[in-house]
Design a binder for this molecule. Structure first.
Ligand SMILES: [Zn+2]
Length: 288
């Protein structure tokens, strides 16, 4: 596996990165760079970030992402894949009348809300040319084509809930829901709020003061997943095609809250690709 860290760094600090790293301009003030995380350049980028944060008390980069490229053999041998949804849209269900039960949320990190009504959303173009999309609050909607695809191939571990567009029950949009199995993250997975930043709780004054990213109770593991997903082995991995993580990542902000991570079997990934189901991305999840 080759892992590239993609960072949108501030142009004014680009003198701090090695000359070997070629960047591309993003507007007037940012440069997008790609750094192989196994290369010496990664350590130099890490040092540059630390210098800007600690010495200059400033921000080195804004946007970030990881791109992981696998060999054919790695893909062939994988037992599990992490799935992500490419398209996000607004408004979230809560803003359209979807009801959540907050009576059992964690008193520290506020994770554990449960949706207790059908999903209400608005009409939009979010499923144009794709079969899956997510609200910014991680309510996932799928096309009728996707529902039929799941039934046709008897994929196990997922079910579908009704979606209302305004007050009308939709006949061609459904909510994707898990039915069966939650998987536990192994300690080998790395969580943080951004590359090089493993902050567990925001202690600096300002808008996000007091926010909890890594809950001491273990229900929310961090602001984001920074490494490959490492999952604890269990019998259910062979029994289902679709799973969510038991633990969440993210932070409670009222609308954009914590989320579970999605996983699927190699069979489900292959069927999605072969049948040209549109809108999912995949990475290998390591079962250990
Ligand atoms: Zn908690």
């Amino acid at each position: 596996m080759k892992e590239l860290l993609i960072l949108d760094i501030r142009k004014k600090y680009s003198y701090l990165i090695p000359n070997e790293i070629q960047g591309t301009a993003r507007g007037d003030s940012l440069i997008r760079i790609e750094v192989d995380t196994s290369s010496p350049m990664y350590e130099e980028t890490k040092r540059a970030n630390l210098y800007v944060r600690k010495e200059l008390k400033a921000v080195f980069f804004f946007g970030w992402n990881y791109k992981r490229i696998y060999t054919e053999e790695e893909l062939r041998n994988a037992r599990l894949f992490k799935m992500s949804v490419r398209k996000y849209f607004e408004p979230c269900g809560r803003d359209c009348g979807t009801v959540y039960d907050t009576s059992h949320v964690c008193e520290i990190c506020k994770s554990g809300e449960r949706q207790v009504s059908p999903l209400y959303t608005r009409k939009g173009s979010y499923l144009n040319n794709r079969d899956v999309a997510s609200t910014i609050s991680y309510e996932i909607v799928v096309s009728k084509r996707f529902v039929e695809f799941v039934k046709d191939h008897s994929l196990r571990g997922l079910t579908f809930g009704p979606v209302y567009i305004g007050k009308r029950l939709s006949s061609d949009i459904f909510q994707l829901m898990v039915q069966g199995c939650e998987l536990d993250f192994s300690e080998r997975s790395a969580f943080g709020i951004a590359p090089f930043d493993f902050t567990e709780r925001c202690s600096t004054e300002g808008l996000f003061y007091g926010e909890v990213y890594k809950c001491p109770k273990g229900d929310n593991l961090g602001g984001d997943l920074l490494s490959d997903a490492f999952i604890k082995d269990c019998d259910e991995i062979e029994q289902y095609d679709f799973f969510i993580s038991r633990q969440t990542i993210g932070v409670y902000r009222g609308l954009i809250n914590q989320r579970h991570i999605l996983f699927c079997s190699p069979r489900m990934r292959k069927l999605i690709i072969d049948n040209k189901i549109r809108g999912f991305d995949f990475e290998i999840a390591h079962v250990i």
